[in-house]
Design a protein around this ligand. Structure first.
Ligand SMILES: Cc1cc2nc3c(=O)[nH]c(=O)nc-3n(C[C@H](O)[C@H](O)[C@H](O)COP(=O)(O)O)c2cc1C
Length: 180
């Protein structure tokens, strides 16, 4: 395991992939990072679909919003991980919402996704979180059942090209002392 800050800072969104399959044992390590993500009351509302089938990837690509920079990656990456969440689980107690934010599934899926992307990077793999597409159409293609939502598509594979890091806000621009 590499230095955590190096892994956090070194991870980039990868949109170009080598034509090389990810071995199952490596893929399993990436999935274990999801397994160990924190979640609301340990509800673990995530479901992951592993997509390797070329025809399915092609259909998913057709759901991309026009101009999405990750469009090619959807067919070029050897694997697409489709991150889905169970609704009315995270943030609920006895089927009742517990906070003003309602369903926390997006939050929990975000944590799981970040763990996934960091673990992938640590293993020498690239990922890009893809959120700009027709979720309903893609969900139908993948057979996502009622009560669940497809949220992110994550191409996974060996990076062919790594872009430079987009600029980040300085700490002083978003860190507040004692009050906002
Ligand atoms: C929720 C979410 C949705 C995103 N959707 C897309 C997308 O649809 N297409 C794309 O090319 N990148 C997408 N990205 C990647 C971001 O553009 C990228 O993380 C950001 O520019 C920072 O670059 P870095 O990941 O290399 O640090 C998304 C990222 C997040 C967190």
């Amino acid at each position: 395991m590499g230095n955590l800050m190096e892994v956090i800072k070194g991870r980039r969104s990868i949109r170009n992939y080598e034509d090389k399959m990810v071995p199952d044992d490596v893929l399993n390590q990436v999935l274990e990072a999801v397994q160990w993500a924190p979640s609301w009351a340990n509800t673990q509302c995530w479901e992951i679909i592993i997509v390797k089938d070329a025809a399915t990837k092609q259909k998913l690509q057709e759901t991309m919003a026009k101009g999405n920079p990750a469009t090619k990656a959807i067919v070029n990456a050897p694997i697409i991980l489709a991150v889905c969440g169970k609704l009315k689980s995270s943030g609920y107690y006895k089927e009742q919402v517990t906070t003003k934010f309602g369903d926390w599934f997006m939050f929990d899926l975000g944590l799981a996704t970040q763990s996934l992307c960091l673990a992938a990077h640590d293993l020498g793999l690239g990922t890009v979180i893809v959120g700009l597409y027709d979720h309903d159409q893609a969900g139908k293609i993948l057979g996502v059942p009622e009560g669940y939502e497809l949220v992110a598509l994550i191409p996974l594979g060996y990076p062919a090209k790594v872009s430079s890091a987009p600029k980040r806000r300085n700490l002083g621009e978003f860190v507040h002392q004692d009050a906002f």
